[in-house]
Design a protein around this ligand. Structure first.
Ligand SMILES: Cc1cc2nc3c(=O)[nH]c(=O)nc-3n(C[C@H](O)[C@H](O)[C@H](O)COP(=O)(O)OP(=O)(O)OC[C@H]3O[C@@H](n4cnc5c(N)ncnc54)[C@H](O)[C@@H]3O)c2cc1C
Length: 476
């Protein structure tokens, strides 16, 4: 355990000193408040909660990992942290790909992973969920009542609802059903000073007061700690029909996406390029065509004749833009195999070497230009940059694979990483479509938002967290 006694007075001047003659361990105060079981300084625990899945090399060992089981314990922790001026890193399941949950020097990690309660109310079609519940668990609980919680990040099985809310997570069905924000009706948020704000509730319509609820969705743990979430559920849908098309190049596939989505509203439109297809095949052979330049996975859940129409429109668009093969199926198991292949891309690429993950998005008509531009950047910098995309949203994940044996690969990758974001911005796009700014994308944020909007962010942050203790260095 490090630095938890008297020297911290010098690190954080002005902090209340308990007793000059006999400095107390400030973590013991916290243990007294919320129970010793909730506060760990075991080295293996500190190491496990130091990083999120972005493996940000700048992540530091925290002072302690705090794992409350009630909202009251979260409040006590925040009050204690405010009094001691200890930075707090809220954490869900740690699957962030932007360094949003990586620990900082002198901070505690406030992990919500033991708060996993879920209650479904079929009458209001809502779920009341604690932040640590996994997305998949909410889907399963809703399904028991014939209901569905749509947001489905590829990390559906490993990410928490609290993390999904804090990052406004997207996913595969957002193209038709929207993102996490569209399903959040209510939030309990513990503020930086330990007070609990209850915002919204199980009401479909509620315009009383400013939309503070929405301010906290996507705020990346920088404005408050989410301890309870009321989610909107919808009736379960019948299984979708699936169309798979192969192309010689990703930009042909992207052109087919633009044409399809300008005419109909599929429930899923995902793109994998040749490198992604091959990485997945190497990881767990699924019989994908290794020679294809790109694969499009399109689903429709429209009822009756509209389903046939959507499939036809998609097929015609794919053929017009040079598809070398088009295949459709109503068999849910067959469809699930392609969805599983799409979801397997990150773990498949993760085995190839250190990764630098991008998450840029553009207005849909600019998707072919973005995909072409990423290909040109990869060639110019002699880098492997597989591309996978929630293509119907114009949201791509170019993933730079670093080669540790190549001495200046990391420098070239840094240039490419920067160029990809500038390319997206030049196409009226965004530097992050769904993963969030975290710590990794912070240097580019001002370029997208401009000085006035950055100032607005700073003023909101200052109003809610004047001492800057909530997730410092992350978000805005
Ligand atoms: C294989 C893989 C696939 C992925 N696919 C997608 C995808 O399709 N779409 C997508 O959007 N993302 C995707 N992600 C990224 C990641 O899963 C999401 O950002 C997810 O929402 C993070 O949830 P988490 O519980 O892991 O949060 P964490 O990683 O623990 O934290 C993420 C951020 O939320 C904050 N936070 C967490 N919990 C709280 C809370 N209770 N209160 C306040 N702040 C909190 C943290 O401080 C941090 O800033 C993927 C990640 C992986 C590894």
């Amino acid at each position: 355990m490090q630095g938890t006694t008297a020297p911290r007075v010098r690190v954080f001047p002005g902090r209340r000193r308990i007793c000059d003659a006999e400095p107390v361990d400030i973590l013991d105060e916290l243990r007294d408040l919320i129970g010793a079981d909730q506060v760990s300084t075991a080295p293996e625990r500190l190491e496990a909660y130091r990083y999120d899945l972005s493996r940000d090399p700048a992540a530091q060992t925290p002072l302690a990992v705090v794992r409350p089981v009630t909202a009251e314990q979260v409040q006590q922790t925040m009050k204690w942290a405010a009094a001691q001026r200890i930075p707090v890193i809220p954490r869900g399941a740690g699957t962030s790909l932007s360094g949003g949950a990586s620990a900082q020097q002198g901070s505690i990690v406030l992990a919500l992973d033991r708060m996993t309660g879920i209650a479904i109310d079929p009458d209001t079609r809502t779920a009341v969920v604690e932040p640590g519940a996994l997305n998949i668990a909410v889907k399963q609980a809703a399904a028991e009542h014939g209901l569905w919680y749509p947001p489905d990040p590829s990390s559906v099985e490993i990410s928490s609802i609290g993390g999904n809310v804090a990052t406004n997570a997207g996913g595969l069905c957002c193209v038709k059903y929207g993102v996490t924000r569209d399903y959040v009706l209510g939030l309990d948020v513990v503020l930086a000073d330990g007070r609990l704000a209850r915002l919204g509730g199980p009401r479909l319509k509620d315009v009383a007061g400013l939309s503070l609820l929405q301010l906290f969705v996507g705020s990346e743990g920088t404005l408050g700690v989410v301890t309870r979430i009321v989610l909107r559920l919808v009736p379960e849908l019948p299984p979708p029909a699936t169309l798979v098309a192969l192309f010689a190049t990703p930009d042909e596939a992207a052109a087919a996406v633009v044409e399809t989505c300008s005419a109909v509203r599929p429930s899923m439109v995902e793109l994998m390029d040749n490198a992604s297809i091959n990485a997945v095949e190497d990881f767990q052979s699924m019989g994908l065509d290794r020679a294809a330049g790109a694969l499009l996975l399109i689903q429709t859940d429209a009822p009756g004749a509209a389903r046939e129409l959507e499939l036809e429109v998609a097929q015609r668009a794919c053929e017009k833009h040079g598809a070398t093969a088009v295949f459709s199926t109503d068999d849910p198991e067959e469809a699930q195999m392609f969805v599983a292949a799409r979801r397997a891309i990150f773990p498949a690429l993760d085995r190839l070497g250190p990764l630098m993950l991008e998450d840029v998005g553009v207005p849909l008509p600019a998707l072919p230009a973005l995909v072409r531009g990423i290909g040109a950047i990869a060639q110019r910098h002699r880098l492997r940059i597989p591309v996978v995309a929630h293509a119907g949203d114009g949201n791509t994940h170019p993933i730079i694979v670093l080669d540790p044996a190549d001495p200046d690969c990391r420098d070239r990758a840094a240039l490419a990483y920067d160029e990809i974001m500038r390319l997206a911005l030049s196409l009226d796009g965004t530097i992050t479509g769904e993963h969030g700014i975290g710590r990794i994308k912070r240097p580019w944020l001002a370029e997208q938002l401009g000085p006035d909007v950055m100032d607005l962010h700073a003023r909101i942050k200052n109003a809610l967290d004047p001492d800057g203790l909530l997730n410092p260095g992350a978000g805005y």
